[in-house]
Write a protein that binds this ligand. Structure first.
Ligand code: ADP
Ligand code: MG
Length: 354
């Protein structure tokens, strides 16, 4: 069953299907020297796949048991944050029409919402978890059937439901969330996968596992060493379509996370043949359509990296780079340029490569 975090594109051109598979994406740097000590667990969650690798030396819990525990945690995140489930916590909040009554929410739900609100303030509203009505209107939500571009009136109506000021989070004592309009609708897809990564990573650490690489749908967190005794390394492919070759930027991930957002993985093609991203600009109220093909962000937590990558994708290459400089964020961007692509890195990202 699909879930909220990774909607599949309705329309891929043949080129972009090829592009998707062959040229771009965040790839786990392939570990050819598989040693007995490395455990690899794989499965499905949040409408996508996950991969967990860890060094099993000194770990007595069998891998199957670890995987069961991780699956249970992912199931819990889905029960909290999937808009594809009518009975999830987020769906219950979305269905609640009472504006006067704060709804008690789980600590996880409150933590993700708090982080999203922090990033909303940091990015001039670019990350906005209340953008759900617009996401749905443009056909990127649980109901993906749209046959025409929404009308100006429909966009206006959906936009009236959005804005971070329309939710009130209270974290003193118990956690509660309330809405200022009956039709406020949350969408945590921009940050939930990263949160899931953090959750799995924490569990591994509690289980005594200090060397791991966790990935859900391209969002990653690594800690400690791999079987070769080095930091886990991940590659971001830089497409070089004009030369027909692609190079990789390799990033060591020791106690760090990496997330990527882009319009190459998930988009519709509109009637004019423009690519429409599944990421909505909260200010223009339209799907993003700009020169930035993808943006990768390295941060301590995967939730932060995930939320920031979505936000900076909204901002576009110039504003994203300016903000990255100002806040010392490690950012790598792949920008469409003259029929090809070029890569740009923030100073903090360059430092990671030294
Ligand atoms: P992916 O799921 O491809 O990894 P993101 O992490 O960037 O991508 O999250 C994109 C999802 O977030 C969209 O599918 C949509 O549900 C939601 N979304 C779209 N625009 C915004 C926005 N401006 N702020 C917050 N969430 C958004
Ligand atoms: Mg994101």
């Amino acid at each position: 069953m699909p879930s909220a975090y990774s909607t599949k594109a309705l329309t891929f051109t043949r080129f972009f299907r090829f592009f998707l598979i062959a040229a771009i994406g965040v790839l786990l740097a392939s570990c050819t020297r598989q040693t007995a000590a490395t455990v690899t667990l794989q499965g499905e969650t949040m409408g996508t796949t996950y991969t967990v690798k860890y060094l099993a030396d000194g770990i007595s819990t069998p891998p199957e048991e670890i995987q069961q525990q991780l699956d249970a945690l992912l199931e819990e995140v889905n029960r909290q944050m999937s808009t594809y489930r009518a009975d999830s916590e987020i769906s219950r909040f979305n269905q609640m029409h009472d504006t006067g009554k704060p709804m008690p929410v789980s600590a996880d739900f409150a933590a993700v919402t708090a982080e999203a609100l922090r990033l909303n303030a940091l990015t001039n509203g670019a990350l906005d978890i209340t953008v759900g009505p617009l996401v749905n209107l443009w056909g990127f939500g649980p109901n993906k059937e749209i046959t025409r571009e929404p009308s100006a009136t429909e966009i206006e109506q959906a936009a009236a439901q959005t804005g971070a000021d329309k939710i009130i989070l209270k974290q003193d004592g118990g956690n509660t969330l309330s809405k200022t309009r009956p039709d406020v609708y949350l969408d945590l897809s921009s940050i939930a996968k990263g949160f899931g990564v953090d959750k799995l990573a924490k569990h591994l650490e509690q289980a005594g596992i200090g060397n791991y690489l966790v990935e859900i749908g391209g969002e990653l967190r690594g800690k400690g060493k791999n079987a070769q005794g080095e930091a886990w390394r991940v590659g971001i492919e830089q497409p070089a379509i004009t030369q027909g070759t692609a190079t990789q930027v390799i990033i060591p991930l020791d106690n760090r996370s990496l997330a990527t957002s882009g319009d190459y993985r998930n988009f519709h093609v509109d009637q004019q043949g423009r690519r429409l991203s599944h990421i909505i600009h909260p200010h223009t109220r339209r799907p993003i359509s700009h020169k930035l093909a993808s943006i990768s962000v390295v941060a301590d937590s995967a939730a932060t990296a995930d939320g920031l990558s979505t936000a900076l994708f909204v901002l576009g290459e110039e504003d994203a780079l300016n903000l990255a400089r100002k806040l010392d964020l490690a950012v790598l961007m792949i920008i469409r340029d003259n029929g090809g692509y070029r890569t740009e890195m923030s100073p903090a990202f360059q430092k990671l490569l030294q």
